[in-house]
Design a protein around this ligand. Sequence first.
Ligand code: ADP
Ligand code: MG
Length: 662
Amino acid sequence: MLKNQSNSLSLDNPISDLPMIGSIQANKLKRLNIERIKDLLYHFPTGYSDTRNIISIEELFKEGAGTIRATVKEIRNNYTRSRKVITKAVVTDTTGDITIVWFNQSYITKVIRPGDTFLFQLKLPKNSYARNFYCTSYEKVLQEQAHLGRLTPQYDQTAGVSSKWLRARLKYLRPHIAQLIQDPLNEKIRNEYDLIELSKALTMIHFPETENDIVKARDRLGFDEMLELALRLETRKKSLKNKKAFPILTSDKIVNEIKKQLQFRLTSDQESAVVEILSDMKSETPMNRLLNGDVGSGKTIVSIIATYAAIKSGHSVIVMAPTTILANQHYKSFNEILEPLQINVQLLTSGMMLEPISGPQVIIGTHALLYEKYIPENIGLYIVDEQHRFGVEQREQLKEGEGATSPHYLTMTATPIPRTLTNVIYGDKEVSLIQEMPQNRIDIQTKLLTGKKRTACLNWIHLQILEHPKENQAYIILPLVEESEKSDLKAAIQVYEELSQGTFKDLKVGLLHGRMKDKEKQSVISRFKKQKIDVLVATTVVEVGIDVSSASIMLIEHAEKFGLAQLHQLRGRVGRGDKPSFCFVIPSDGVEQTEQVQNRLQFFSQNSSGFKVAEYDLSQRGPGEVYGTMQSGIPSMKIADITDIKLFKKARLLASHIILGK
Ligand code: ADP
Ligand code: MG
């Protein structure tokens, strides 16, 4: 039966080992991420159509639509004068005859022959005078139907690969499933967790007999997805637990040395985060903690205190940031506080070299750090900022170079992550939460405008800057410059030209976008900081890491192109000083009235808490869309809902039993 002769079909075999799948089909299947036999089995239906109810021709006349079981009396092609083909068949059951028509499918007469008995899914077109039925699906009556007379699965399709075609391939695979699949969960566990056997679940998801089959199959397959995640978390947790870290001992005196340098007092959330981190770091087991806080809530200073404590106990610290801009920003913040305390802080981004220094030191950089050979050995603390921007691969790499002793790990989020997700994605970590904003903050006023108000808004911004030069600076934010942007999107460059020659021609306008070299970017940012630029037209490169407290106005164009979490992150660039700040959001013409866009942006403009915004975004778009599956390390789940805490807890329980061997 199989092409490769040997009878041993295995899950990892290429899909082309199945009959009827040649290289052309195999290539098409790649588009659905189906390359191996396993992938086909795990290409789950997106839904089912129920054609189990077979009706008689008499009933069909009354209903106007339905599935019948009928024998073909005659079938033939008729050609019109314009050489179109109309195929007509007369079919019959015990209650009567009907005529079915097809257009331009002359091959049908080769598939459906007089005397055959078929299932036909039919409907009467509207206003049909002739009372001829149209056929949406047909299948010869067999011992086992694949397409009709059952709960028929519907699949994601691609050109040349239809649901019907996939069903036929799966039908071929069906008798092999039991032997292909070995259930990693034994019967005892299955009973304990109320799960059906895996091969049964995989059979039932593609060939359900009842709705309950679908439920049972999904329960099992969804559990497996969650279990995979839970196992990863438990493995990571255990591997760190088995490592030894340098205990980092601190005292109030050390913390106070930093506090003395600040012009503000820590918020109580910041205080508790510091206490939690310092207490973790005292341990011989590596800390693995997430600092989850709103934009502008002051996570950096918390990490600086942890850094200082590590240095004081004789260990070096690495701070890793996702972008060069952010690495520079951190370098500045860390250096400002640590240099007066005679701590050596170095910046390392791509193309730079580390100066070999002896003794405890702070190294701040981008992922270029991962490839650096001269990293000091006595790393006591590893700080990773905005982790969800790192690819999973890099993260694994980061942990590999550890050796016998492991540093303590502190991860900081870019945007606040809702609790439902921290539980699941950061389940291997302890969490410190900073919810409260520093007291001197005045809420940013966010206003949703229509495109008609754009000119008025720009004029208003112009006025603010003219009236209080040096005190007011503004950002104009645009979506990324894309190479093949044919739409009417105003690319940053275009807007820059429009504004610097128009509304803002008496002001200094700057431009910042992702295509510029790092050096150019740095120079623009530093001119903006020094107030040599009044208005900065920028793409999302400003999203993180720009801390210019005199910038108090932001206008975001084509706002619907951004996710809410991203908008919130952008908005966090203003309101960093102590004067009232404004954020205007304008959606593109043509979409501004759509309900979904309105609702989303309205919610954003009325809520200043990043946690709330993120929660809303998550509920609207799902985690994959919001955080990007690959980037965030959020596993993509086909069946399970990643925010299903109950399911997660169940899977976690089993995972810990498996990993700890209990
Ligand atoms: P984020 O949490 O987004 O990383 P930052 O650490 O960059 O926020 O802090 C934002 C700004 O708030 C910085 O300029 C920082 O100096 C300031 N800041 C931090 N903590 C406080 C505080 N307790 N009171 C006043 N300002 C603070
Ligand atoms: Mg930050």
